[in-house]
Unconditional design. Structure first.
Lengths: 97, 643
């Protein structure tokens, strides 16, 4: 087994567990980034193993998406805090703002 | 030219109905009258033009069928919107529009003070449309549309005074009883389609006539007989024959012009018309013809006896109508189809006249309908009296009025067709006809006035007496177009001949004209005897009727109660059906099975939803856990699939 893939799996599991366990939106957001980067690592590892470029290109794509997501996500977090004075997602379980 | 515009004939009354029905509430009465009566008059003119054009053709070419568009096309089933003008439908069209026009004029005066004046005329025009569609239809299905249309108009017009429970109930009864007959009719039509693969009159009857090996005259009950019997079930409903005659007397709850037009002159004769239209079929089904003959005879006799004991002037006339319709079916059953149509036509004249006269009497007595509270009206309302007398003589069969020729032809056909029993009972019925008719005349117009204090009999307005006189002339002279053989040639039968050319005819025995004349003299003698008896019982000896009623108490009560057929149906059909509906079908089947199944289905969906709803809690982290679990399950599944 490729050690890079093992690392990727571990990173992903850490991210997922964190996402489910943490009660702070900012921490959960960091966990999402962790999962994305776990995926990136897996892409790069596969690309190198198979000698192809697609995986590396995908990594760029994911990084761009992650950057965009960070912008939107941080904005949502600010709005959430302004409205509710909290960053705990369990307190924001209604459909109406 | 006119035959190209044949579609105008039914559509003109339809346009009148639409105009008066949709806009009539906002229009002045005068405009409603103008549109409605104008539409019926225009229809009459068009019918006359079509008839003239038909006359100008050679007898063999007098069959014009126009297909306007394909009405239904589904697989190998097609039905055309086609109209058929031939001598038979031309006669019917003239009767319907002619009598219809006259009665429309009469209604102007009769309905003047009624609420919903425009509604009445809208229904009347709609009726004319439906009836013309029925008569002119070129196939069974279009005929059925007209058939149902006239039934609807009948229902609407019987229940015209819908705030009176009796009228509303009578309308419902007419509708329901007619539905029973209609089931037979539509089954017959379906069987026609199954057998011939077609519904056009011309093609179906052509197939029957051109293929004698496949459709021979049937000795027993074959497919033709089955079709004929099913169609006849429809005819018994529409034309009030036993066992479905019970609705017509109740239909007298409608306004009198309606009784005259729909429940005497035109709609109720639709059954006779249908049987004659299907004459090529019936004539090859002797069993069905015998059924028609027996039902017609039984109805004629039964209704005539009931008519003797009724006290409501309109009910007497209603039973008289039922009885005369029985005569028409007797004619058809004896194979004398043209005689049946002839009687249909003359009957339309004198029975419409009798009803309009009765309406005039009721009008004169401010709504009184009971014969026991009439009397002595002869001098007070002379026009009504004289015209009704003409009609009464005509229906009794006194030479040379219209009824004599048509009824005598039917009785002769029964004898010549080898049914002497039918002839004797028919003759008896003819005598009874004269008896109950002149009972009405003597009770209403002769003797001492018996009407309530404060009622001042007055002659009706000109718009009502005019139609009476017109119909009286027709009743007196209408018979001459069908003179019997011993007085010259029967032009009516000869005119109808092209419509009946496909009829199967057995060997006709030949009788001398002297014998025919003797029979005619005999039927006049019987009618005179009936009139004489009526004179003795109801006029010459005061109290004579009461003594007879007392002496034959049981029979009198049976006749007065109309043989208690309604009561029998109530006990044998209505109440068991109600019990079955209420206790079994409603409380057990509907509540216990259907409702429970439906509610159960709803409840189980609801509880399943309750379980799934638990997942939608709005907590992002639990959604993430579900996603993780789902993904793990998919991966597990895929890896298991691999190995």
């Amino acid at each position: 087994m490729n050690p890079y893939l093992v690392l990727s799996l571990l990173l992903f599991l850490v991210g997922t567990t964190g996402f489910i366990v943490k009660k702070n939106v900012l921490a959960m957001f960091l966990c999402v980034e962790l999962m994305l980067n776990a995926a990136n690592l897996a892409f790069v590892a596969f690309a190198r193993d198979l000698g192809q470029l697609q995986g590396q290109i995908f990594v760029f794509l994911v990084m761009v998406v992650a950057a965009a997501e960070a912008a939107v996500g941080l904005a949502i977090m600010i709005v959430l805090y302004r409205r509710r004075q909290t960053l705990n997602p369990d307190d924001a379980d209604t459909m109406k703002g | 030219m006119m035959t190209e515009l044949l579609w105008l004939l039914p559509l003109v009354p339809l346009a009148g109905a639409a105009a008066t029905g949709l806009l009539g509430r906002r229009l002045p009465k005068r405009a409603v009258t103008l549109v409605a009566v104008g539409a019926s008059g225009a229809a009459f003119v068009l019918a006359l033009a079509a008839f003239m054009e038909l006359l100008s053709l050679a007898p063999g070419d007098r069959r014009i069928e126009r297909e306007f568009f394909t009405w239904i096309a589904a697989g190998d089933f097609t039905a055309q919107a086609s109209l058929l003008l031939d001598p038979l439908s031309a006669v019917m069209t003239l009767v319907v529009t002619g009598v219809g026009f006259i009665i429309h004029i009469y209604s102007i005066g009769y309905m003047r003070a009624e609420d919903g004046y425009y509604r009445f005329f809208a229904y009347m025009n709609l009726f004319l449309f439906s009836m013309l569609l029925l008569v002119l239809a070129g196939n069974f299905l279009l005929m059925f549309v007209g058939w149902e249309g006239v039934g609807l108009c009948s229902y609407l017009l019987i229940g015209y005074d819908f705030h009176r429970p009796a009228a509303a109930d009578a309308g419902k009864k007419a509708f329901v009883v007619n539905r029973i007959g209609d089931v037979g009719f539509i089954l017959g039509v379906l069987l026609v389609f199954l057998t011939f693969g077609d519904l056009g009159f011309g093609r179906v009857f052509g197939k029957i006539a051109s293929d004698p090996s496949r459709f021979p005259p049937e000795a027993g009950v074959g497919v033709l007989t089955s079709i004929a019997l099913l169609l006849f079930v429809g005819a018994t409903g529409k034309s009030a024959q036993i066992p479905l005659h019970v609705w017509l007397p109740d239909a007298m709850e409608g306004p009198t012009p309606v009784s005259a037009l729909i429940h005497a002159a035109t709609m109720v004769t639709a059954g006779v018309y249908m049987v004659v239209r299907c004459a090529p079929l019936f004539s090859r089904a002797p069993v069905a013809l015998d059924v028609v003959l027996v039902v017609g005879l039984a109805t004629a006799l039964m209704a005539a006896t009931i008519g003797l004991a009724q006290t409501d002037i309109k009910r007497v006339l209603a039973y008289s109508t039922v009885s005369q319709l029985g005569f028409m079916f007797m004619a058809a059953g004896a194979g004398a189809f043209s005689a049946g149509i002839f009687h249909l036509m003359t009957h339309a004249f004198f029975k419409a006249l009798l009803f309009l006269g009765a309406g005039s009497v009721i009008h004169a007595l401010s709504g009184e309908q009971d014969l026991r509270r009439m009397g002595g009206l002869r001098r007070r309302i002379p026009v009504t009296f004289w015209t009704m007398l003409v009609a009464a003589l005509a229906i009794s069969g006194i030479f040379p009025l219209a009824g004599f020729f048509s009824k005598d032809e039917i009785l002769w056909a029964a004898w010549a067709g080898g049914h002497p029993t039918v002839w004797i009972l028919g003759l008896l019925t003819a005598g009874l006809t004269a008896l109950y008719m002149f009972r009405l005349i003597y009770l209403a117009f002769f003797g001492e006035p018996r009407h309530a204090e404060g009622v001042h009999p007055h002659e009706s307005p000109r718009s009502m007496t005019g139609p009476l006189v017109a119909l009286a002339i027709l009743s007196a002279a209408g018979g001459f177009i069908g003179l019997p053989a011993w007085l010259g040639a029967n032009r009516f039968a000869r005119f109808l001949e092209p419509s009946l050319s496909l009829v199967h005819r057995g060997a006709v025995p030949h009788f001398s004209h002297a014998l025919e004349f003797a029979f005619a003299a005999l039927s006049v003698a019987v009618a005179l005897a009936g009139i004489f008896a009526a004179h003795r019982i109801y006029l010459a000896r005061p109290g004579g009727a009461g003594r007879i009623a007392a002496r034959w108490g049981a029979i009198h009560r049976l006749l007065r109660d109309r043989y208690r057929v309604d009561e029998f149906y109530d006990r044998a059909v209505v109440r068991p059906l109600l019990g079955l509906s209420e206790r079994t079908l409603w409380q057990r089947v509907d509540v216990g099975v259907i409702d429970r199944a439906v509610n159960g289905a709803g409840a189980s969906i609801l509880s399943l939803g309750g379980i799934l709803r638990g997942m939608q809690n709005g907590l992002i982290r639990s959604y993430a856990a579900w996603i993780l679990a789902g993904m793990a399950a998919v991966l597990l599944y895929l890896s298991l699939l691999r190995s």
